[in-house]
Design a protein around this ligand. Structure first.
Ligand code: NDP
Length: 353
């Protein structure tokens, strides 16, 4: 990767750096020539979009239609979290619902239709400097981007127990709003004791016959108001001091083995029959690579100027779940991607870039 500071420092210390073209046959200038050649290989992009969920693709659609010549890097999971959602029924415009994969493919096609340059690749380093953001792709390719839209999403935390992945899409989910509908009149459990778990339990209690909340401590982490609400709902049963240690079921999830009072004299296993298990143990925003330059909250979500997608670095925007600790819905992410592209467009125009 090019270290701009190192190159600039070298140039300051050695006037021959800028004379390298004149004296190219001299050995003493070889290092500098190589550095110059390296720099010349840096691709310049007006609008770089990082991430391919609803925020990234929507930003691409708007940026392409505004002639910003956007380049979008898809990241580790092209299509983002929605590609693990079998059916999306709450995104307006799909009266019959749509699979997450199909929806993301439609958004991708729409972004391509207006000329977005969509590439596979993962951002491995970022140096955010106004108008000269240096982004490294796959540890080798260098890009200098005038504007950057960060739409890298968040990754739901999983328990890491055996069979969790096996029942993904057939009983285990990390999104109650996305998948709760498929468990109408059934029995489900929500794992976690935070605000998300309480909200998920409340949402599911309106659909399901029975909702267990599996909380590993003897108290919630959630805000008092949400605690009060879940405690008041008849079909929610709270299992404090329980942890899920195993899952079972022939083809789909049929139940879970919990451990109660771990590490105590009364420790024992509990078997509960379940149709669905919802994980609400937190998300990790995919922001680590940018956190040296951008303000984040204590959990890593990028902070934006309220009502906009602007970060504190001019020309750098954050959209979608990476900047959204609260809603985490596809429609909200899409809307914030739109804002980010419009913010980038205004910025480029205002600054004649
Ligand atoms: P939190 O980190 O607040 O809570 C996570 C919960 O999961 C905790 O109860 C934690 O237990 C539990 N947990 C974590 N890891 C495990 C594990 N391996 N096994 C079992 N349980 C585990 O995450 P949330 O997603 O709930 O909230 C994130 C942020 O978003 C918070 O700031 C929250 O306030 C905010 N939020 C706000 C909402 C609102 O205001 N309406 C709605 C949703 C979220 P423990 O306590 O033991 O660590």
């Amino acid at each position: 990767m090019i270290n701009y500071q190192e190159v600039a420092g070298q140039a300051r210390n050695d006037n021959a750096f800028f004379g390298a073209f004149k004296f190219s046959s001299r050995n003493k200038n070889r290092f500098n020539i190589e550095k110059m050649e390296e720099i010349e290989k840096v691709e310049k992009i007006r609008c770089l979009i990082i991430g391919s969920g609803p925020a990234g693709y929507t930003a691409a659609i708007y940026a392409a239609r505004a002639n910003l010549s956007p380049v979008l890097y898809e990241g580790i999971v092209p299509g983002g979290q929605l590609t693990i959602t079998p059916d999306v029924e709450n995104f307006p415009g799909y009266p019959e619902g749509v699979s997450g994969i199909d929806m993301m493919e439609d958004m991708r096609k729409q972004a391509l239709r207006f000329g977005t340059d969509i590439r596979s690749g993962v951002v491995t380093n970022a140096v955010l400097i106004p108008n000269k953001n240096c982004i490294t792709i796959d540890g080798k390719k260098e890009i200098e981007a005038t504007t950057v839209i960060i739409a890298t999403g968040a990754t739901a935390k999983y328990l890491g127990i055996p069979d969790e992945a096996k029942y993904g899409g057939s009983g285990v989910s990390a999104c109650a709003v996305c998948d709760g509908f498929f468990f109408r009149k059934k029995t489900v459990a929500v794992v976690g004791g935070g605000d998300t778990a309480c909200e998920d339990a409340l949402y599911l209690s309106g659909l399901c016959e029975k909702v267990y909340m599996v909380v590993r401590k003897n108290h919630f982490r959630a805000s008092k108001i949400l605690q009060k609400r879940v405690l008041e709902v008849e079909n929610i049963e709270i299992l404090f001091k329980h942890e899920v240690i195993g899952l079972y079921g022939e083809n789909v999830l049929e139940g879970a083995i919990l451990i109660k009072n771990r590490g105590e004299k009364e420790q024992h296993d509990v078997n509960i029959k379940l149709d669905g298990l919802f994980l609400a143990i937190g998300h990790n925003p995919n922001s680590a690579i940018f956190s040296e330059y951008l303000k984040t909250d204590e959990t890593g979500y990028i902070k934006t100027i309220p009502g906009t997608s602007k970060t504190e670095i001019p020309g750098v925007y954050a959209a979608g779940d990476v900047a959204d600790p609260c809603y985490r819905q596809a429609i909200v992410a899409a809307a914030s991607g739109c804002k980010a592209a419009l913010d980038a467009d205004f910025y480029l125009k205002e600054n004649g870039l």
